[in-house]
Design a protein around this ligand. Sequence first.
Ligand code: CTP
Ligand code: MG
Length: 256
Amino acid sequence: MSDESRPSPSRAGTAAVIPAAGRGVRLGPGAPKALRALNGTPMLIHAVRAMAASRSVSLVVVVAPPDGAAEVKTLLDAHTLLPGGATAGSTDFLVVPGGDTRQESVRFGLDALPPGFDIVLVHDAARPLVPVDTVDAVIEAVRDGAPAVVPALPLADTVKQVEPASEPGGPEAVVATPDRSRLRAVQTPQGFDRAALVRAHETVTDDVTDDASMVEQLGLRVVTVPGHEEAFKVTRPLDLVLAEAVLARRRLNDGF
Ligand code: CTP
Ligand code: MG
């Protein structure tokens, strides 16, 4: 591609795909995880607001539970999408039904993306509280030329590699202790050059738990930017307590 026909990275449109189709088995019985409330507002709405809060994001594609697309559309219509009552006038929304795996759900979201968006964020609905500065840092690093960008944090715990036990809860033999200083826990939104992410989803068939690892498998450069502790994933019941505490602290700091 000549320099002239290459879209200017700073002017390329940015879209966010939000996989929200999971059941939330580890959270326990109840509604699909993304539809559970945090301080009265569905987790998905918090996650959508977190993406729409970035001035760069002009389209959000929500990948809904397979039988819940209509309900999600109603939810998006019912909630103002920016905190403080403002509506997200400059952000468009699309809702598509999800698949059996996260990977499949993300692919359905990518399939629905119209042309004109050269940077794509993929953000878990289960990370409802990511600050906008983290979102913008990811976008900035993609604009600077990285095909894939992940927010990452150092680990607090030492990590052991084990030989998994044959029955749950049984003792497991430790086989290695990786050097913690070289390990990172990665979060979302992960940011991508759209073409690289689409190619990864067309090419990589292995089961993966994040999108950046698919781009890694293509041999492309994946880089980190600093993650944020508030971008944690709501996975188990205790995470709901933490998320509501973070929201309460924000409310105090915002003075209402
Ligand atoms: N996800 C999805 N489609 C699936 C599975 C997961 O869109 N078939 C989404 C979830 O909605 C979530 C994100 O991927 O926003 C991260 O997945 P995870 O935290 O594992 O959520 P769940 O799969 O819902 O939870 P669990 O694994 O406990 O069932
Ligand atoms: Mg899951």
